[in-house]
Write a protein that binds this ligand. Sequence first.
Ligand code: HEC
Ligand code: HEC
Length: 289
Amino acid sequence: MVGRPLLLLVTVITTLGACEIARTDDTVAGSDARTTDVAGIVRLSAPADSEIPSGALGESIRRGRALLAATPDSLPHNVGGQLRCTSCHLDDGTRVNAAPLVGVYARFPQFRDRSNSVATIQDRVNDCFERSMNGRALASDSREMRDIVAWLAFLSRGIPVHRDSTPRGIPLLAAMTPDTAAGRAQFTTTCAACHGMEGQGTPAGPPLWGPKSYNIGASMARLRTAASFIKYNMPNDRPGTLTAQQAFNLAAYVNSHARPDLAGKENDWPRGDAPSDVPYATRGRSTGN
Ligand code: HEC
Ligand code: HEC
């Protein structure tokens, strides 16, 4: 459903900028080589397909990759909308500033403020199933979870455990006061062609709000996370063309719409340390914004 825009981007890059592709090999692990294209997009190199082992492990790795790229079709009981994992973890989880998954296996287990507990990588994958995918957790011992973990571990090959040697997450922009009306006007001209006037999604872009999108408990439902993702990565065919203020305006407009609820969300950040842009009340912090 979404191959075309990326293909277009690759075509533009190939024709305009083949000679401008830069490589840096200044980090510890061989698999942390990066490429930067003309649009300023930085990608981490995933291990080559030729490194996928033969036999059962290799088959599991390949199935895991396919699950992340075709999540709603492959796991209809666990996905509540139309997003796939790679709707946000762009370029098969290799894109810096789009929560890259290269190296992610080396960052777990990890303490998480939101749950006030130590999360395994399976727990973290299930957080995205229950929130970003508005779906249901996979059993940790299911074949599908083993396949996803096998793929994430393969993507993290050669990266030292708990050394934080690869970029992670979506670096947060400094908070700004958004202008939601300006965001609406800009959405019409800059985003609606792919995501639909009603944010419902089209063949060229996934849903941004409504019943088929991420739910209220997803990180993307937070203003700063969405603004930062949009600033670095959207519009998909021209990333890097928006100012931070425009990204905040757009994020506020996108997140001003109704989306699915998440049962038990008030139990998040049980120590009362919810960030100020969490859009719902939690125990210990009474107001969302
Ligand atoms: C709506 C967008 C969205 C979708 C869809 C989504 N995620 Fe995420 N995911 C995020 C965000 C945002 C983060 C947190 C990034 C941060 O910490 O800055 C994240 C974090 C993660 C992490 C931890 C990354 C790290 O470096 O700690 C894993 C693993 C992960 N997601 C897996 C998945 C899987 C598997 C799926 C599909 C089942 C999925 N995600 C779907 C937005 C999404
Ligand atoms: C050329 C088509 C295109 C345009 C224009 C575009 N997007 Fe996207 N957008 C995509 C695609 C495609 C993805 C998912 C990437 C994938 O599946 O590989 C995406 C993903 C997203 C996501 C994360 C997934 C989700 O559905 O929540 C957000 C948020 C988003 N876009 C917001 C915007 C905003 C805001 C604008 C306007 C500034 C915009 N996009 C413009 C194509 C587009």
